[in-house]
Design a protein around this ligand. Structure first.
Ligand SMILES: Cc1cc2nc3c(=O)[nH]c(=O)nc-3n(C[C@H](O)[C@H](O)[C@H](O)COP(=O)(O)OP(=O)(O)OC[C@H]3O[C@@H](n4cnc5c(N)ncnc54)[C@H](O)[C@@H]3O)c2cc1C
Ligand SMILES: NC(=O)c1ccc[n+]([C@@H]2O[C@H](COP(=O)([O-])OP(=O)(O)OC[C@H]3O[C@@H](n4cnc5c(N)ncnc54)[C@H](O)[C@@H]3O)[C@@H](O)[C@H]2O)c1
Length: 476
């Protein structure tokens, strides 16, 4: 017989979302077990955000130096790939989780190592690394924070080819001479950018006719130009019909109509699948392998009894670390409030609801140029039935931008809700815009009236003066 341990809350998955949710529930006075079958810290710390940005930042720093007369002459060499990869290893904590385990200890969370599966209501069975089983029951809530894995296309024999997914693309310890990248989303453009800067000859194979198709169209266009300028061969309208590896080690991609592409490695970056296939979802009436639908307080809407929550990537609301952490904070508090019998605050922007997931999700794509956005695009706002107007401005015309880079090229768009005279969406593309996006997030979430934004004076001469130019363009 397995021992049964009872906690107030059992959290499945110790990625950024699970960690934050667990910490909030603990801070609310609840006992919390966190179950993790790999590394505490999750995808983000070891195979996603941190290592990918560690690969990209040196490329951006070099590109910035090359854009200024004076520093351009000082940087004549290429990136030192070995040094970049070593620095990346440091940012991935050399794939050890001791630091994050210490943090769990410091906030009073109980770590249970092993693979967790639901076994009916409020019950989790953990298969521990020593092969034994541990049964956990939850007095108040089980929170599924198991994230996602990379999706692969259904191509015959692909499992034998040894292709890269985002995991290998962020953790590889040598630079392939020729890299094919399949996909047109964020992973594809960031990794094409990083590996090209590290010395690979990169071919980007995009099925559709645009990159980053969830952003304003000019974002994908300018990122495509940047990739091409960085030596990437960007091909649109290409579908991969087959993949194989030659005895010599080369990968051959069948692009249809007798066209083949040979490379040393291929990265498939075609999206994510939820880590729910082996989670016991069938024991609570859910479909294994599916996304878990939740309401704004994190409760699984298809499971009765107000005990099952799902947060982060696995609920498919917004597949980003910062949104997962935000949900973790809000849902963890909601769990503590429900457990204490306290009333929830569920109106829009209330303490107990993740309203921003629906209204104001910020994202930065760390390519050169960077692309950053918050809220809906013009087309999405129109589809929501809003009466909107797009206000565009070339960022290069701002004094601070021309100081930042010779020949600065970039664009900003604000989507104005004409009925409420507030901004609902903002997009910036250009070098150094990543740090601008939070100003837009504050304006959108705060629903700051345009009349008041006139009094938010940007410092001269910063790129932020684009705010003033957008307002002047709107006023006409
Ligand atoms: C290459 C790449 C780059 C990215 N860059 C960024 C970025 O710059 N910024 C950004 O905001 N987002 C980025 N993302 C997205 C980000 O990584 C995810 O949104 C984030 O990791 C989701 O966090 P999570 O905690 O929900 O899931 P995860 O980070 O996937 O964590 C889930 C955890 O659950 C564990 N687990 C799963 N199943 C079980 C089980 N049955 N039992 C026990 N444990 C289990 C896993 O081992 C894992 O530790 C990137 C993604 C990729 C692929
Ligand atoms: N900087 C960041 O914030 C950052 C960085 C990386 C990833 N992420 C997040 O991680 C998630 C996953 O990123 P992703 O790029 O893997 O997914 P994605 O959904 O953003 O993009 C997938 C791309 O693959 C294409 N595609 C789908 N199926 C295909 C097929 N069979 N053949 C060819 N192309 C196909 C799609 O058209 C799309 O262009 C995203 O939600 C993203 O927001 C964020």
């Amino acid at each position: 017989m397995s021992a049964v341990d009872t906690f107030d809350v059992v959290v499945l998955g110790a990625g950024p979302t699970g960690e934050n949710l667990a910490e909030r529930a603990r801070a609310g006075g609840l006992s919390v077990a966190v179950v993790e079958h790999e590394l505490v810290g999750g995808e983000c710390s070891y195979w996603a955000c941190m290592p990918s940005k560690a690969l990209l930042r040196p490329a951006a720093a070099l590109a910035e130096a090359r854009r200024l007369a004076g520093t351009r002459e000082a940087v004549t060499g290429r990136l030192d790939a070995d040094a970049v990869l070593k620095r990346r290893d440091d940012f991935a904590s050399h794939w050890h989780d001791d630091g994050q385990v210490s943090w769990l200890d410091s906030v009073g969370l109980d770590l249970v190592r092993g693979h967790g599966r639901l076994a009916g209501e409020r019950r989790v069975v953990v298969q521990t690394p020593d092969g034994s089983e541990r049964v956990l029951t939850a007095r108040h809530a089980v929170a599924v924070c198991t994230g996602t894995g990379a999706a692969l296309p259904d191509l015959p024999g692909i499992e034998k080819v040894g292709v890269w997914t985002s995991r290998e693309a962020t953790s590889a310890d040598s630079v392939p001479e020729r890299l094919a990248v399949v996909g047109g989303g964020v992973v594809a453009v960031e990794m094409a950018s990083a590996w090209a800067a590290l010395g690979s000859r990169v071919t980007l194979l995009v099925r559709g006719n645009a990159l980053l198709d969830r952003m304003e169209p000019f974002a994908g266009e300018q990122v495509a130009e940047g990739l091409k300028a960085g030596g990437v061969d960007v091909r649109f309208g290409v579908s991969v019909a087959g993949v194989s590896r030659e005895p010599g080690g080369e990968v051959v991609l069948d692009l249809g109509e007798d066209e083949k592409l040979t490379a040393d490695q291929v990265l498939f970056a075609i999206g994510r699948r939820p880590a729910t296939a082996d989670l016991g979802l069938e024991t609570v009436g859910l479909e294994p392998g599916g996304w878990i639908r939740v309401d704004d307080t994190g409760l699984a809407v298809d499971v009765p009894g107000e005990w099952l929550y799902a947060a982060g990537d696995v609920n498919h609301r917004a597949l980003l670390t910062h949104q997962g952490k935000y949900q973790g904070r809000i849902f963890g508090q909601a769990i503590a409030d429900r457990a204490a019998g306290r009333a929830l605050d569920t109106g829009d922007w209330g303490r107990s609801v993740a309203t921003a997931d629906r209204v104001a999700v910020p994202q930065v794509v760390f390519t050169d140029p960077e692309a950053a956005s918050v809220g809906p695009t013009l087309a999405e706002a129109e589809a929501q039935g809003l009466r909107v107007r797009a206000v565009d401005y070339e960022i290069g015309n701002v004094a601070g931008a021309s100081l930042f880079a010779d020949g600065y090229k970039g664009r900003a768009r604000a989507v104005v809700d004409l009925d409420r005279e507030v901004l609902v969406g903002v997009t910036f593309v250009g070098p150094g815009v990543a740090e601008l996006i939070h100003s837009a997030t504050v304006a959108v979430v705060g629903e700051v009236p345009i009349a008041r934004l006139w009094h938010a004076v940007p410092s001269y001469p910063t790129i932020s003066e684009v705010w003033l130019r957008l307002l002047e363009t709107y006023r006409g």
